[in-house]
Write a protein that binds this ligand. Structure first.
Ligand code: NAD
Ligand code: UGA
Length: 456
């Protein structure tokens, strides 16, 4: 099938590459010339395991092309996926300017029937706005006889496992309407997704608004689980219980399940923070309140300071003259994405209190350097207090303690004797509960996890 993907970021690039892998003829459009150039020169602009091979294979086979040519992109695909960003507006709502600009472009150039698919995460009612934007452009061109249908097909992939998630989805959610165009769109979407449903049906067909809502409900539920576990962990620290034992104890109940119950130093990334805010904002627009989500957000904001608080409790408010090693910069492992990463909060806290920090991440060093320069644009002197290390062990030199923010595999079993010998003080603040507190105690390491302060 002929497919156009508008927006070649995380979701657009993965969607485009994976649909090409299934034999479709895919045209990826982006407004960012730099991104398109990288892709056309055989590279990829993001770190995502397995993606580069899929992109290269399909580009070489002529099934995947990248361009900034809007007219050509509209002419190409019978199905037009909108996969542009929906960042938070000042009031927390999703900023739809990129989605609506993409929709207008379709209306401006289309010459025949198109299925327009909202793949971006968009508030309930957005499909109607996309429809109106396209219809408006068609009216301006005097081409109201051209028909189209707007479908909602939210994406559930996780960064760091995006290709795997896209190729083996738990579910495919598709919302369409019951008009003749909507039913024709359903037929085309069924054909496109048929390879994913071979062994068992994974598609959930529903109305458009329910599909739009499903995406926010899923992210809000996941974020709620994390904030709930983080609050329990903070309490566990006080009462002398172990949150990891509690996690096993409750997760074994199939009604609760084991996934997404890991306490830590807060959730980050481009999605949970903005989607929780946007859903809360939608509720307010309808004179409703989602009180739980307000708490989820507040708890997460506080949780990003939890390691900083533990450092202050151990070393005091004034950290001048102190030096820390920090392992993990990206908001989660297997990505170089620094959006809303907890590391940025901890680094800010340490350097503002006068400390110096040596940081290391297996893939996010370049992106971290870019982002931290922006974070400290108003006070370049603070930036001087950050050193980018060359390895985990390198950062430990002369450090008063080690803090761990991201659970990269490479950090899971270090040579603890070497860690102890290299650090000035054998102290570890572990924001992702990577180590066994008993093993730490036996190794003579002073260990602070999240919710793991068992009373002796
Ligand atoms: P991104 O910022 O990585 O990519 C968006 C791309 O769209 C950028 O390359 C930008 O240049 C391009 N763009 C903007 N306006 C354009 C236009 N008019 N025409 C063509 N290109 C345009 O964003 P992302 O992380 O891929 O997220 C996209 C959407 O998918 C968001 O709504 C997000 O919430 C949702 N989502 C993201 C993930 C994820 O893991 N990142 C997962 C599920 C859903
Ligand atoms: C999340 C969802 O998992 C995807 O299903 C969704 O498609 C995506 O958002 C989106 O809408 O963009 P992502 O943000 O890539 O995916 O990563 P997650 O693995 O969900 O992790 C998000 C954050 O939660 C990370 O900072 C991670 O460290 C944290 N987390 C996750 C916890 O603190 N505890 C957990 O148990 C799980």
């Amino acid at each position: 099938m002929k497919i156009t993907i508008i927006g070649t970021g995380y979701v657009g690039l993965v969607t485009g590459a994976c649909l090409a892998e299934l034999g479709n003829d895919v045209f990826c459009l982006d407004v960012d010339q730099r991104k398109v150039d990288i892709l056309n020169n055989g590279g990829i602009p993001i770190h995502e395991p397995g993606l580069e091979e899929v992109v290269e294979r399909n580009r070489a086979a002529g099934r995947l092309q990248f361009s900034t040519d809007v007219a050509a992109s509209v002419a190409h695909g019978d199905i037009q996926f909108i996969a542009v960003g929906t960042p938070p507006d000042e009031d927390g709502s999703a900023d739809l300017q990129y989605v609506l600009a993409a929709a207008r472009n379709i209306g401006r150039y289309m010459e025949g029937f198109k299925v327009v698919v909202d793949k971006s995460t968009v508030p309930v009612g957005t499909a109607d706005r996309v429809k109106a934007a396209i219809a408006d452009e068609l009216a301006q061109r005097g081409k109201t006889e051209l028909s189209f249908s707007v479908v909602s097909n939210p994406e559930f992939l996780k960064e760091g496992a995006a290709v795997e998630d896209f190729m083996r989805p738990d579910r495919i959610v598709i919302g369409h309407d019951q008009s003749p165009e909507g039913l024709h769109a359903q037929t085309l979407m069924k054909k496109l997704y048929a390879p994913f449903n071979r062994n068992h049906e994974r598609t959930y067909w529903m109305d458009v608004r329910s599909a739009e809502f499903t995406k926010y409900a899923a992210n809000a539920m996941l974020a709620t689980r994390i904030s709930f576990m983080n609050e329990l962990a903070n309490l566990a620290d006080k009462v002398g219980a172990d949150i990891e034992s509690v996690r096993h104890g409750i997760g074994s109940d199939p009604r609760i399940g084991h996934s997404f119950l890991y306490a830590g130093c807060g959730y980050g990334g481009s999605c949970f923070p903005k989607d929780v805010q946007a859903l809360e904002r939608t509720a307010r627009d309808y004179d409703q309140s989602l009180l739980i989500l307000r708490a989820v957000e507040q708890v997460n904001d506080l949780q990003k300071h939890v390691l900083g608080k533990k450092v202050v409790a151990r070393f005091g408010e004034d950290l001048a003259g102190k030096h820390f090693a920090l392992w993990g910069l990206a908001f989660k492992p297997n990505t170089d994405d620094m959006r809303e990463a907890s590391s940025r909060v901890l680094i800010g806290e340490l350097v503002r209190r006068g400390a110096t920090v040596a940081v290391y991440d297996p893939v996010a060093m370049k992106e971290a350097s870019r982002v931290l320069q922006l974070d400290f644009a108003d006070d370049a002197a603070l930036l001087q207090r950050i050193r980018f290390g060359t390895s985990p062990m390198d950062t430990l030199q002369d450090a008063d303690a080690l803090a761990i923010v991201t659970e990269w595999k490479a950090f899971r079993s270090p040579d603890f004797e070497r860690v102890k010998a290299t650090l000035k003080n054998p102290v570890i603040f572990d924001g992702r509960n990577l180590f066994d507190p008993q093993l730490m105690a036996d190794s003579g390491i002073e260990y602070y996890g999240i919710g793991r302060s068992l009373l002796a």
